[in-house]
Design a protein around this ligand. Structure first.
Ligand SMILES: C[S@@+](CC[C@H](N)C(=O)[O-])C[C@H]1O[C@@H](n2cnc3c(N)ncnc32)[C@H](O)[C@@H]1O
Length: 369
């Protein structure tokens, strides 16, 4: 039997389910008056804990911890046990999980986990049901939850700056629609997949300097039904190394790149010169390209990058696009994502940088190697 609600209770349930599927550590539970309702509990059960609920479920330890917590909060929300009760389906789901062999904590930290992001900013012109679009528009990735993976790359999980730039692109789909897109330091491929699957890009190249990241990208494409697609491909591109000629096949079949994206690629100041050299090379090859770079402002490195880029002749300007307060986010969630305490201030300050307006570009001297 299908259950549904509307308005505020439904939004609270949606937010909770989406945070759970994004493997958030601190979930925002529906308020007590919503949580104790049978309908609420059955919606949560059918979306998160029934056998048929999920194609790609979170790690078992995460499921157990949060289902226990959920049941505890439901119990605490009930004032009149004659009128309300804890759903038998949720109780059975917990019993089944507890009866299964839980992997040791040390193993689960190392293992990769499925993470599902909901694209709440996405809208389709003329779509009859915006809510329906939001609930199905997701990106699922298999991520390493540690900050730097055992392979020594930061690219096996998705970072807040990537999610934030994704929100900006969803809110401004014209930037990507029908364009040829190159992503630098693509990591899990979140942005590349977003562009190919939901933003109608003509072609997308997800590039990265780490071969582990590149080897991982086909799996990311597969999880999002993009396997075998001509519209998206992975390419090794290490900043500071000469880029191949614009007429070469990997470069969108010889056609110009229109948009260059980079999320959280300026955090390490030691990589700035190489990254700037690559950007200059790319803008020499593709003089009409628009560059969008996002940075989580956890240090001053993005300011340093901006200064160095300007000194090298790249006209960079800030885009004022603050992230929504956590209580208004409907996915992807960008505060305290992945259990890191990044705090309100940092997330509010998360910045985006854009390339110079076309009229002033290029303002740099092309480099030779
Ligand atoms: C912090 S991660 C960001 C990943 C993704 N853009 C995101 O927002 O989730 C930085 C990415 O840049 C890549 N990277 C670092 N140094 C690089 C270099 N010199 N050349 C190319 N890619 C590099 C890493 O492999 C990693 O995937």
């Amino acid at each position: 039997m299908g259950y549904s609600l509307s308005g505020r209770p439904q939004s609270q349930i949606d937010r909770f389910c989406r945070q759970y599927l994004q493997l958030e550590q601190d979930l925002t539970y529906p308020e007590a008056s919503v949580l104790r309702e049978h309908t609420t509990q059955q919606i949560i059960f059918s979306r998160l804990f029934s056998h048929k609920a999920l194609r790609y479920a979170p790690p078992v330890r995460y499921q157990v911890r949060n289902l226990k917590d959920l049941i505890g909060r439901i119990e605490a929300s009930i004032e009149d046990w004659d009128a309300h009760e804890v759903s038998g389906d949720l109780m059975n789901a917990l019993a089944e999980l507890l009866a299964s062999a839980l992997p040791p904590e040390s193993d689960s930290v190392q293992q990769k986990s499925f993470v599902t992001y909901h694209l709440s900013q996405l809208s389709c012109k003329g779509a009859a049901d915006q809510e329906a679009i939001e609930s199905v528009a997701t990106i699922t990735l298999l991520e390493s939850r540690t900050l730097i993976s055992a392979y020594g790359t930061t690219g096996l999980r998705t970072w807040e700056a990537g999610l934030h730039l994704g929100q900006y692109l969803c809110a401004n789909p014209g930037i990507i629609g029908k364009k040829r897109v190159l992503e630098l330091g693509a990591g899990t491929g979140y942005l590349a997949i977003l562009c190919a699957k939901y933003l109608d890009a003509a072609q997308v190249i997800a590039s990265d300097g780490s071969s582990d990241v590149i080897n991982n990208l086909p799996e990311s494409f597969f999880l999002n039904d993009l396997q075998g697609s001509d519209e998206i491909s992975a390419m090794e591109l290490k900043w500071g190394h000469g880029v191949v000629g614009a007429g070469d096949k990997p470069w969108s079949s010889g056609e110009a790149v229109d948009v260059i994206l980079g999320a959280d690629i300026t955090y390490d100041e030691r990589g700035h010169s190489a990254l700037i050299a690559t950007l200059i090379d790319l803008l020499t090859m593709f003089p009409g390209a628009e560059v969008l770079i996002s940075a989580a402002e956890r240090s001053q490195s993005h300011v340093v990058f901006q200064t160095k880029a300007q000194q090298a002749g790249l006209g960079l300007s800030d885009i004022d696009y603050p992230s929504l307060p956590r209580e208004l986010q409907m996915g992807p969630h960008t505060l305290q994502a992945h259990g890191r305490d990044i705090g309100q201030k940092h997330a509010q300050l998360m910045g985006l940088m854009a390339g110079a307006p076309v009229s002033t570009r290029p303002r740099y001297q092309p480099r030779t190697y």
